[in-house]
Design a binder for this molecule. Sequence first.
Ligand code: UFG
Length: 324
Amino acid sequence: MKVLVLGGAGYIGSHTVYELIDKGYDVVIVDNLSTGHIEAVHKDAKFYKGDIRDKEFLNNVLKTEKIDAVIHFAANSLVAESMTNPLKYYDNNLCGTKVLLDAMVENNIDKIVFSSTAAVYGNPKNIPILEDDETKPLNTYGETKLSMEKMFKWVSNAYNMRYVSLRYFNACGAHISGKIGEAHNPESHLIPTVLKSLISDNTIKIFGDDYNTKDGTCVRDYIHVTDLANAHILALEYLAKGNESNIFNLGNGVGFSVKEIIDASEKVAGKEVPVEVTKRRVGDPDTLIASSAKAKELLGWKPEFTDVSKIIETAYKWHKNNRF
Ligand code: UFG
């Protein structure tokens, strides 16, 4: 099967390409390199530099490459930025997806797997969170991802197309080879921020310790990027078997507080980091934990990285040797 990976130079995209190539898929990547890295592009994938909002460019790739299925990661994903620059998120995430869907319809491509997020739920009423729980995003990023899901629903209803939406919880970790990892600029996520602080002896800030959780800091469900990557391949196989469109949560089903992540990171690094508690970050829910029972049952997904220390070890290996 020939798979087009949009955003294949980004964090989760590049790890998915590594797994696809490992499993014998033929991979074509499109990435505008606005947040992705050319160094993260697998040498056995065919790479096109370009923007998914450029219909002529995208159509040309689809026509030339005779694509069987698409995996779509090409979106902006910074929650804070989405609140100060919402139109950037509407433009790239929604307008980009509209152009993509046009091009897929025109080229009769009928299968797509795409990145969604736990941010579609907002402040959940129940833990663990199920796919049909209420969706009430607290930020523009989550809102655009939810709108993308709805676009896929109505478009697949009208045309010969099926989709799988994967709602990731907290993606983290790095490829076990140490060749690729999380390389955001600027970095805002907890695990890479803690590890970078450990490496450079800088203070780590805890954004609030007065949440309604076990130790007052926010609780999240941390899931290894390679486990996420493998879920995309299972979702492709699910669609290739003729199954209907669907939405799946992806998490380990276990919650770790910010303090627990800092403690575990200090153990992995074998040193301590100065910690400062500051005020809450706007829009952080107390607790986000996934139920991934549906993905396990219908996709046959089974996360391999269930030990948070092992996850942090892979990330630490990457950050110590990060070359891009
Ligand atoms: N945190 C700190 N200090 C830091 C960085 C983060 O205390 O320096 C805290 C945050 O306040 C939060 C937790 O660590 O409580 C995790 O924060 P991240 O930024 O790593 O992750 P989020 O839970 O905010 O974001 C994740 C995904 C988003 C997604 C969101 C859904 O990365 O893409 O979950 O709520 F939108």
